[in-house]
Ligand binder design. Structure first.
Ligand code: 5GP
Ligand code: MN
Length: 338
């Protein structure tokens, strides 16, 4: 964060504020970890502060300290609306366009609060008074750590804050293995462990809580995988029927898309997941190297994200979405084989 932004934040925080912190829809570990990390920081300082999530998040994130204080816009609508409309300062974390909060979009657009964006995705929209956007960051949690340090709060990082921020870094870096992991990421993680983050326990709570049904659903996704050697691409699908068979619960498909990339010479992996309730196919894109899935998702599937990890959606049915995808690959053949 530049010094001008730090000064502007300090000026905002020197006045009494009603702060609301908002992560994106279907929040992941980075979204919840950064929101709760920042929530603890402000809460400990005596600010009036609340986290409002657009909808529910997976059980494997619900151990995070402060989780019980979160308001769910979908389930606790009246309370959430009251909290949002009273807010004077609104932090949006781990997203950079108001369309990413689902049903909350029009509410946020109508707020008179000052907005602060903290985010690491590509192509930020221009809605915030202060935009702390950095695509070189591993995670929003790493940025919240920098934000707290920039405000002189290094010594105010408690064990709870450290646990939340460490969880988000672990989630977004795939346990420190994705290309987005830098020396700064490791230094931040080291500092968080010094502050009390329980690194092994966090990894266990996020990754080692499989139900038998989830592993069977993974088996189904692996069985459905289609390898397109000529495009160095692997894609897979999960239909609503398959999700129902294995009693799908929120978060169960997290990480499935990455398996495609573990195949030798595959550098583009995709999963198409049917969601009958929303009438869409949710798509996750992953790549290795220079092929930008952010651009691909943006250009063809109403989505976006990072160079190597992005998401999007399709309004068609599953077979139509996959055949359209396969057709599209033809015009990317050179890029995918470069
Ligand atoms: P995932 O595939 O795990 O849902 O998301 C991968 C990355 O892309 C995440 O950083 C996520 O925030 C972003 N992302 C997922 N879905 C969308 C989408 O529909 N639109 C945009 N702009 N970004 C998305
Ligand atoms: Mn993130």
């Amino acid at each position: 964060m530049n010094s001008e932004d730090v000064k502007a934040i300090e000026a905002l925080l020197s006045k009494p504020q009603k702060i609301v912190i908002i992560p994106h829809k279907n929040p992941d570990g980075d979204a919840i970890g950064s929101s709760l990390g920042l929530w603890h920081f402000f809460n400990n300082k005596g600010y009036n502060v609340k986290v409002v999530v657009p909808n529910d998040y997976p059980k494997f994130l619900k151990w995070m300290p402060g989780t019980e204080s979160i308001l769910n816009f979908e389930k606790e609508n009246t309370q959430s609306l009251a909290c949002l409309s009273a807010a004077s300062l609104c932090f949006t974390l781990d997203f950079n366009d108001l369309s990413r909060v689902g049903q909350m979009t029009s509410v946020l657009e109508g707020l008179s609060a000052d907005f602060v964006m903290i985010d690491h995705h590509r192509a930020p929209s221009d809605y915030a008074k202060i935009t702390y956007s950095d695509v070189t960051m591993s995670s929003t949690c790493e940025m919240v750590y920098n934000f707290i340090v920039a405000l002189g709060g290094l010594n105010e990082i408690t064990e709870d804050i450290a646990n939340c921020l460490y969880a988000g870094i672990v989630t977004d870096t795939g346990s420190f293995k994705f290309a987005s992991t830098t020396s700064a990421t490791h230094l931040t993680a080291a500092s968080l462990i010094e502050k009390g983050a329980e690194n092994a326990l966090i990894q266990n709570r996020i990754f080692d809580t499989n139900s038998p049904e989830r592993l069977q659903l993974l088996g189904c996704a692996l069985k459905n995988m289609v390898i397109l050697k000529e495009y160095q691409t692997a894609y897979t699908t999960l239909s609503q029927d398959e999700l129902d068979t294995y009693h799908y619960k929120k978060g169960d498909t997290e990480g499935f898309v990455n398996y495609g990339l573990t195949i030798e010479n595959i550098k583009f992996a995709v999963i198409f997941i049917e969601n009958k309730e929303e009438g869409i196919i949710k798509i996750s894109f992953r790549s290795e190297g220079d092929f930008s899935v952010n651009e691909f998702a943006r250009a063809h599937f109403h989505g976006g994200g990072h160079t190597n990890a992005a998401g999007g959606k399709s309004d068609s049915d599953l077979p139509t979405a996959t055949s359209r995808f396969t057709e599209l690959l033809k015009s990317y053949k050179a890029d995918l084989n470069s």
